[in-house]
Design a protein. Structure first.
Length: 324
């Protein structure tokens, strides 16, 4: 099982009840960091057909089989390593938000929770969206049977989209500042950020670290918001020393456009809350876009999240206040 085949199976598994052709698969793969022509996708699909991982539906396309789903679950870890960092780099490049006009696409996380819990979920997330621990107050909400872009929301569930922190990478890149994503982690808050209590490096991870921390019940976002003492999701990134001044200016501009997220920008060549940086680099700490979802898990509302799910037009998002 090559990385390319694994990505094709993941694309098909994203919509297991939908027949997908090579053109659509190629488009979805590009978002996931693998760019192939339709012809090359068809070549790999024939191999997957022969192995029983996919099923052909004439000229319409393919669907993943149960054997294909099992292969995703049991695929060698070495085939998955680096998948997340590749996705981060690709989506950063594809982010094209114009801060002046507020037109263009950002990266969206999509989470699901039971529809009967909607009122409770909104009340739980309300103080989080009024805190410094969200990427943006802009969201999208869809009910079962509706779509967020091409992602169908399961019946009985609410689909809730939040701005992903990787959007910062894309905005900085567009402004000429390259950002290196180093770690995703759990950040201890005592009025101010104190230290990371857990870290997972993006470079060698096959899963998004923040999804892991949520399901491992390692956060305490509610206490961080309510008592200014708790644990939130955050990530550690590096920027070139020469771009610090421009980064600080951009941070202020973003706040005025409804995008926060940047908690701290460090000093040149100095550790930032105990995390060392590379030569000629400065550290930067960004809040996790899934902090509101972590708060739901903490209060007993079951969720399922997919970080970096899709690109979405920023102008089509609504403010969280509009849901109240």
């Amino acid at each position: 099982m090559t990385k390319t085949m694994l990505v094709i199976l993941r694309v098909l598994d994203k919509h297991p009840d939908k027949i997908q052709g090579a053109r659509e698969i190629s488009r979805q793969m590009k978002i996931l960091g693998v760019e192939l022509t339709e012809r090359t996708v068809r070549y790999h699909l024939r191999i997957l057909d022969e192995r029983g991982f996919t099923k052909v539906f004439g000229k319409e396309g393919r669907m993943i089989t149960q054997k294909g789903r099992e292969e995703i679950s049991y695929a060698f870890v070495s085939a998955k390593v680096g998948f997340i960092i590749s996705k981060i780099e690709t989506l950063s490049y594809l982010t094209n938000l114009d801060l002046e006009t507020q037109e263009g696409s950002i990266i969206l996380n999509i989470s699901y929770f039971p529809e009967e819990k909607l009122k409770e979920a909104i009340e739980t997330m309300k103080p989080v969206f009024s805190s410094p621990y969200v990427m943006s107050d802009r969201v999208v909400l869809r009910r079962g049977g509706e779509k967020i872009e091409d992602i169908m929301i399961p019946e009985g569930q609410v689909g809730f989209g939040t701005v992903c922190s990787v959007t910062i990478n894309g905005i900085f890149l567009k402004a000429g500042i390259p950002v290196t994503s180093k770690f995703g982690g759990v950040l201890q808050i005592n009025s101010d950020p104190v230290r990371f209590t857990a870290l997972i490096g993006y470079e060698g991870s096959s899963l998004d670290p923040l999804e892991i921390f949520i399901k491992s019940k390692m956060t305490d976002v509610c206490s961080a918001v309510r008592n200014h003492s708790g644990k939130i999701l955050a990530s550690f990134r590096e920027i070139p020393v020469v771009s610090i001044e421009k980064a600080v200016q951009l941070q202020e501009t973003l706040r005025g456009k409804g995008i926060g997220g940047i908690l701290l920008i460090g000093n040149p060549n100095q550790s930032l809350i105990e995390i060392p940086v590379n030569v000629d680099k400065a550290g930067m700490i960004i809040v996790g876009g899934l902090n509101p979802i972590a708060a739901l898990e903490e209060t007993g509302i079951p969720t399922m999240s997919k970080a970096m799910s899709t690109l979405y037009k920023f102008s089509e998002l609504i403010t969280f206040q509009e849901l109240l």
